[in-house]
Design a protein around this ligand. Structure first.
Ligand code: SF4
Ligand code: SF4
Ligand code: SF4
Length: 519
């Protein structure tokens, strides 16, 4: 295994942003890019806690301390999954992962963006191995240090979408999250950690997190609804004249941005892993941790990425598939398709891909129709001309994010409301061997369902209503800013765009009612 010098300045130029060619810049966007769009509340400048927080994040031990508890939990998940009892509700691996963790990660995404990435054991394990250090700044790190090829980076987060689709299919096929046999949950975690460490040893920095992690695309898109804006610069003028760009290039105080981001140009929280290296690195003390109003990272960006737009459509298709497959008609339909294709098991890949493609295609067709009806520009040189499909797809897909995010969170609720108290028992008896380490193995609350099945459905419908309101609000803001100048009927366009996601939300809520709290 080659050992290389860590400094790789050629990759740290501003504008090396991957997925550039898959992006849509709204008219005037490049000029406005450096206008102050940053949120105003800097957690490191809060009157009381700010100083304490700044000291904490400037410590090299900060991210290690955030990752360590999850690292311990996930190795316990592996151990209990492999050698614990084969009863999902009595085994720590299945109970913690599927009754609590998956739901908690989605709550974190919707509320706080990439907060999970700050404490993630998968990226943490890969980085510790790559850096040969838990927290210290080593000048050299191990691995092949390959660059993710430019021709691949144009696909942005789509490889991660592919990995997520493949893993979700595998998970459903093996009934891992059902939850099924705990050993499968343990093996799944081993697979992800091995995959992560392997990629960290082949490619530089957090290439795995940026492009390949099965969770990165879903966290990036769903997390853009969240209130953590990520690391932003306090004064962009300082960045423009900064000679060293230590945030990107690294210094003796910290590593170069592992996610290949530049805080000086950030307009969304989508690709900042909150690792705090730039806070440690900046010689001008110009980086803060900012919070923002919900949905800001959905609405504010002037450069919209087509890979993100496609990811949103595919993810929406996937969660709709997961809803549809819980309905009564699905099993007989699947049986027919299985018979026809000589496939045994669930889900049939044709159903799986077909339903996702159908939903994706329907949303794309709606955007196409909208553009066909409303897409004649009303002003300027392009008056009367119809602008490209991409210019229409990207903003409208971003507007769908709040509904898609709410749908994923709502899908996790039944397991949480109906089964999460079981975790209290498995904490005392993680392997299911009959232990009672903390005296909670037989606690009365263990058999309690936090909500009745009817309550679960109501909570899902309420969540979808909130997601729909968020989608409509975001879409109206986005359409007014980015699309009304591309049409001769701005009011009608705004109304129809808002009505479409309202109808979509109503459809999703109806599916939850029909599912009746199915897990
Ligand atoms: S991108 Fe994936 S591996 Fe990387 S920190 Fe986030 S969840 Fe973990
Ligand atoms: S090192 Fe600091 S001032 Fe320089 S570009 Fe980075 S964030 Fe801006
Ligand atoms: S170095 Fe800064 S911009 Fe880069 S991922 Fe870490 S926190 Fe985000």
């Amino acid at each position: 295994m080659a050992v290389q010098e860590r400094e790789r300045p050629e990759a740290e130029t501003v504008g090396s942003s991957p997925a550039r060619r898959l992006s849509v810049i709204q008219r005037g966007g490049s000029e406005r890019h450096f206008q102050p769009t940053d949120p105003r509340i800097d957690l490191l400048r809060l009157p009381l806690a700010g100083r304490w927080l700044e000291k904490a994040v400037k410590s090299r031990r900060f991210q290690f301390a955030a990752i360590l508890p999850n690292q311990i939990i996930f190795w316990l998940v592996i151990a209990t999954g492999l050698i614990g009892v084969a009863v999902p509700s009595r085994n720590f691996s299945t109970a913690i992962t599927w009754y609590v963790w998956f739901c908690a990660v989605f709550v974190m995404m919707v509320g706080a963006g990439r907060a999970w990435c700050l404490m993630c054991p998968f990226g943490g394990a890969g980085e510790w191995v790559q850096r040969r250090s838990f927290w210290q700044r080593h000048p050299i790190s191990i691995g092949l240090h390959l660059k993710w090829p430019e021709s691949w980076s144009r696909w942005g987060m789509l490889p991660s979408v592919g990995v997520f689709l493949a893993m979700t299919w595998g998970e459903e096929f093996l009934n891992i999250a059902g939850p099924g046999r705990p050993i499968l949950t343990g093996l799944m975690v081993i697979f992800i950690i091995t995959f992560a460490v392997g990629i960290f040893l082949v490619f530089d920095r957090r290439t795995f997190c940026r492009y390949l992690c099965p969770l990165t695309a879903i966290i990036g898109t769903v997390g853009s609804t969240g209130m953590v804006a990520g690391m932003r610069t306090r004064d962009r003028e300082i960045c423009l004249t900064c000679a060293t760009k230590d945030c990107m290039r690294g210094s003796e105080r910290g590593y170069p941005c592992p996610w290949y981001e530049w805080p000086g140009s950030a307009t969304s929280n989508m690709m900042c892993g909150l690792c705090t290296e730039c806070v440690k690195n900046c010689p001008h003390d110009n980086v803060g941790i900012f919070v923002q109003a919900p949905l800001t990272s959905v609405i504010a960006p002037l450069r919209r990425r087509l890979d993100v737009a496609l990811a949103v459509l595919v993810f929406f298709g996937l969660v709709i598939f997961q809803q549809v497959n819980a309905l009564g008609f699905y099993a007989p339909m699947e049986g027919t398709v299985n018979q026809f294709t000589h496939f045994s098991g669930y889900p049939n890949p044709i159903d799986y891909i077909g339903i996702i493609a159908l939903v994706t295609g329907l949303v794309a067709a709606y955007v196409w129709g909208l553009r066909a009806v409303f897409g004649r520009e009303r002003t300027g040189k392009a008056k009367g001309r119809v602008s490209s499909f991409a210019i229409w797809l990207a903003p409208l897909a971003y507007g769908l994010i709040p509904l898609m995010a709410a749908d994923y969170l709502a899908r996790q609720l039944p397991k949480f409301w109906l089964s999460s108290p079981k975790v209290i028992a498995v904490i005392s008896d993680p392997f299911g061997y009959g232990w009672n380490l903390f005296g909670t193995a037989h606690a009365a609350i263990v058999g309690v369902q936090i909500l009745s099945p009817e309550g679960v459905v109501i909570s899902q419908v309420v969540l979808i209503a909130l997601g729909t309101i968020g989608a409509v609000y975001a879409t109206v803001r986005i359409v007014r800013r980015d699309l009304t100048k591309l049409t001769q009927h701005p009011r009608a366009l705004t109304t129809v765009s808002a009505a479409a996601w309202t109808l979509g939300g109503a459809g999703v809520a109806a599916l939850y009612v029909a599912m009746g709290a199915a897990t």
